[in-house]
Design a protein around this ligand. Sequence first.
Ligand code: HPA
Length: 280
Amino acid sequence: MLGILGGSGLYDIDGLEIIREGKIMTPYGEPSDNYIIASYNGREVVFLPRHGRGHKYPPHLINYRANLWGFRKLGVDRILSVSAVGGINPLLKPGDFVISDQFLDFTKVRPVTFYEGIYTIKDETDTTNDLVNEYLSNDRVVHIDVTQPFCPHMRSILSGIMEEKGFRHHTKGTYAATEGPRLETSAEIKALSLLGADVVGMTLVPEIVLARELSMHFASVNVVTNLAAGISGDRLTSDEVIQMMHQRTEEIKQVILSFIENLPQKLECKCEEVLNGAAI
Ligand code: HPA
């Protein structure tokens, strides 16, 4: 089943038929909000606003492990993540979509893994017969491969949808994840640009890493809400980020609904092999 993570400015999805809303507790603590179980054209999906409704959690304090574990408990095996980003690459304009294919991690204080060896937190209610459960139950230390962190099949479906709808988009891009909650200095953006970053945001990591650790497919739709610090003008505001997300709400909704319709049962990729041979 598909799980959808909404970012800043996306706290629900118009067009989905809500089946029920559920609170889930996890051994990692409370997820950002209730999960919304919904359907579209006969297909069930689960939606969660990563900052919580009302934007309760700043990026560095989001309980990413709880959010992902809740998805697992609901049977989610693939995640579509939507987020606002600042544009670094000069080819990017505010309002563009970017389907990232790589990330650079500059986060600092977030729990980054489910697999903590002898410190591993366990969910005694999890009886799934898979490597996740096996590794967690046995306190294994796990190093997942992230050479290709995003699901290539999900990314190609997203590109196809944006192409068909004529939305300005970029089929790849490197996302630099910063700790926040402050925005970046212009020197930091210059440095990130030299390192090869195309966009900057505060939430992709550890979200994608934790999803991969649970053997889930993951793709991300980034909306360029502003040009990053120092690229144009001398001041950035949260108002412009939210305003641009609102301006793009209709397009985001169309992409999500079309994605739900076009997602095949079986994805042609190696995402589900990520845990094979990953534990020590
Ligand atoms: N920097 C970091 N995160 C962001 C930005 C930005 O410029 N815009 C939207 N999210």
